[in-house]
Design a protein. Structure first.
Length: 126
């Protein structure tokens, strides 16, 4: 697996780097969004648009450590033949479609209380 520096270098070499302009903030945001997208493409799991929005709304930070945990979870679930799983810990929960490697939605601890999870065929503690 390539290092983060290699990924950034390949993004810059392919013309995706932030261009110098009067609006540096927008260019930086664009670069950050493209970098996040490339990182997710290299992982075996990605967030749907809905899940990204929910994670942001609920203050769930999506970082490399979490992506690696979720990727490992998806690989284990695939080996067991699971289709839709609940991956959770004490601070967050994720519903993941295993065949597509896609996080469908996220939940905060408040939303997990007294909640029933349906249409899943596996659960994994992160």
């Amino acid at each position: 697996m390539r290092t983060l520096i290699d990924r950034i270098s390949s993004l810059q070499n392919s013309g995706l780097s932030a261009k110098k302009s009067g609006n540096a903030g927008a260019a930086q945001t664009s670069f950050s969004a493209q970098l996040l997208q490339r990182q997710q493409e290299s992982q075996s799991v990605a967030f749907s648009k809905h899940a990204r929005e929910r994670a942001e709304q609920r203050g769930i930070q999506v970082d490399d450590q979490l992506m690696n945990q979720l990727s490992g979870t998806v690989e284990k679930a695939q080996a067991k033949g699971a289709t839709n799983i609940l991956a959770f810990d004490t601070t967050r929960a994720f519903i993941i479609n295993v065949p597509n490697g896609r996080v469908i939605t996220t939940m905060s601890p408040e939303e997990m209380k007294e909640n029933i999870f349906t249409n899943i065929d596996g659960a994994v503690i992160l």
